[in-house]
Design a protein around this ligand. Structure first.
Ligand code: UT7
Length: 326
């Protein structure tokens, strides 16, 4: 049984934070952020929004796009590193809010920005074993989890959600192949430790500021992100007997325009064959790929017959790539 993508959805909060807004808060500038990352603005959730509400908004968009209702969904996977709570998972809250039946749900957490494509790998396997309709969501509400006074990390991120409906119906696009990989030797290079058992949340972490400290060696992450996203792209195409010249559009994880450009060059592709929206939304973690996929479909950047490549990289380090035939 093949796995297909039947609908695409996305959600971004209304509130726009520009680089100049950041320059008014921490020691940074529009020039630095633009040159180093390509980011011009990002969205931050309002107080009445949460990881769950954003995930539900993207899911409803994807369901509408698939011409389905909540009762048609058999399973939900939510990829997020910024869950609504430690327990239970965000997926259970999404299930109830959408009004699905008592279907199984689970979060895929801690994979950073690779989470959605990894979740798609799981969904493909689940559909292949037994035909079912799986809602796969990537969502992050990062602005509420990291220090907004740390210029080295805060300016990079934004809040958003993206979703796909995956299932057996061959109407729109087939998930031909997905690959995932992990190198835990690099786990300490990108961490948000507080709140876990190594560094439980307590008054000490509040005093030290550790409760929201995202620790990242940006240069090492940069180098590995380029290498792993490029290699994963070639590997997934190789598995289906294709090369980059067969690809109509690459949708890479949107962390930094310089990383995207380096991957594009490694793959030998022209500008117009790589989708970029990092200037508008910043790095929205596991939401970047499904968000960009939904946007690219709506903008007409993807049409019938197109082979689309998804590639992502995140904390762990984890990476994943998918080949989608429209
Ligand atoms: O999705 C996975 C999550 N993370 C990533 O993908 C991040 C990957 N890494 C990157 O995107 C880049 O490494 C960064 C954008 C984080 C940094 O760019 P860089 O060219 O690697 O800069 P750098 O780390 O070498 O820092 C250069 C300087 C430092 O000052 P000194 O030590 O040279 O005096 C930083 O303190 O820039 C300084 N700096 C800033 N200056 C102004 C760091 N953040 C800022 C800032 N504004 N916001």
């Amino acid at each position: 049984m093949a796995a297909h993508l039947m609908g695409f959805g996305r959600y971004a909060p209304e509130r726009i934070i520009t680089n100049d807004d950041w320059a008014a808060r921490v020691d940074t500038s529009d020039e630095w952020i633009t040159q180093r990352t390509g980011i011009k603005r990002r969205r931050f959730a309002d107080d009445d929004e949460s990881t769950m509400t954003m995930a539900v908004a993207a899911a409803e968009h994807a369901l509408k796009d698939a011409d389905l209702v909540a009762g048609d969904i058999d399973e939900i996977i939510v990829a997020t590193d910024t869950p609504e709570m430690m327990t239970p998972d965000t997926a259970a809250l999404v299930q109830h809010q959408l009004g699905c039946g008592n279907i199984p749900t689970y979060d895929l957490g801690g994979s950073g920005c690779a989470g959605f494509v990894q979740a798609l790998d799981v969904a493909k396997a689940r559909i292949t074993v037994a035909p079912k309709t799986v809602l796969v969501i990537g969502v992050e509400l990062i602005s509420r989890m990291i220090s907004l006074d740390d210029r080295a990390t805060a300016v990079l991120f934004g809040d958003a959600a993206g979703a796909v409906v995956a299932g057996p119906s061959a109407a729109r696009a087939e998930v031909l192949e997905v690959i995932s990989g992990t190198d835990g030797a690099h786990a300490e290079i990108l961490t948000l430790a507080a709140g876990g058992t190594r560094n439980p949340f307590n008054s000490g972490s509040l005093e030290s500021g550790d409760y929201n400290r995202l620790v990242m060696d940006g240069r090492k992450v940069f180098v590995e992100a380029v290498r792993r996203m490029s290699e994963a792209s070639v590997e997934v195409l190789d598995r289906i007997g294709k090369t980059t010249s067969d690809v109509a559009l690459v949708i890479p994880h949107q962390a930094n325009k310089r990383i995207i450009d380096a991957v594009r060059k490694q793959l030998g592709l022209a500008d117009e064959r790589v989708y970029v929206n990092v200037h508008e939304y910043g790095n929205t973690g596991s939401a970047t790929v499904p968000f960009a996929l939904s946007e690219a479909v709506d903008e007409g950047r993807i049409g019938p017959g197109d082979l689309v490549l998804l590639t992502a990289f995140g904390a762990g380090f984890h990476w994943a790539a998918a080949a989608i035939q429209f």
